[in-house]
Design a protein around this ligand. Structure first.
Ligand code: ATP
Length: 131
C-alpha cells in the first residue's frame, strides 16, 4: 500500500515524521483528507487537530495554525507550535483556557488575542481528551 510522508515543523525543529496512509486536518477552507498521490496544494491551517493514520495506528497532534503543503508523496506542516497528544500538558491548557475566559469578561481587552488564546487552549484540551 502506498504511503505519504508527513513532517511537522515548528521553530524548535521537526517534531513529527511518519509514513502515513492518510492525514485529516482543517484548513481555513474547511476539513481536508489527504491520501498518497494528492494533488499539490498550499493552504493556511486553522488552530486544529491533525490526525495521521499509519500502519501502527492513529497519531493525533494539536497545531497552532500555520501552513500545510501537500505534494503527491509528502505532507509538510509548518506551525508556530504543535504538540503530539501525549506531550500536551492538560493542566497548562486548562489554566490558559481559564485565563483567556477571564480576559474575555473584562473591558479594554484585546478580544482577538484572548479569543485566539482560548482557541489554542480548547484545541489542546480536545486533542488530549480524544487520544
Ligand atoms: P500558554 O499561555 O500556556 O503559554 P499558549 O497558547 O500561549 O499557551 P503557545 O504560544 O501556543 O502557547 O506555545 C508556546 C510553546 O509552549 C510552544 O512550544 C508550545 O508547544 C508549548 N505549549 C503551550 N501550551 C502547551 C501545553 N498545554 N502542553 C504542551 N506544550 C504547550
Amino acid at each position: 500500500m502506498k504511503t505519504i510522508h508527513v513532517s511537522i515543523v515548528t521553530p524548535s525543529g521537526s517534531i513529527f515524521e511518519a509514513d502515513a496512509d492518510h492525514v485529516n486536518t482543517r484548513t481555513t477552507a474547511g476539513e481536508i483528507g489527504i491520501y498518497p498521490e494528492h494533488i499539490p496544494l498550499i493552504a493556511p491551517l486553522e488552530i486544529t487537530m491533525v490526525e495521521v493514520s499509519t500502519a501502527s495506528g492513529i497519531e493525533r497532534l494539536a497545531v497552532n495554525s500555520g501552513f500545510l503543503e501537500v505534494q503527491p508523496d509528502s505532507v509538510t506542516i509548518i506551525s508556530q507550535a504543535a504538540e503530539k497528544a501525549e506531550s500536551i500538558d492538560l493542566a497548562r491548557a486548562q489554566a490558559a483556557k481559564r485565563r483567556a475566559e477571564e480576559r474575555l469578561t473584562q473591558k479594554d481587552v484585546d478580544v482577538e488575542r484572548a479569543e485566539l488564546a482560548l482557541q489554542r487552549a480548547l484545541n489542546r484540551i480536545h486533542v488530549y481528551q480524544i487520544q
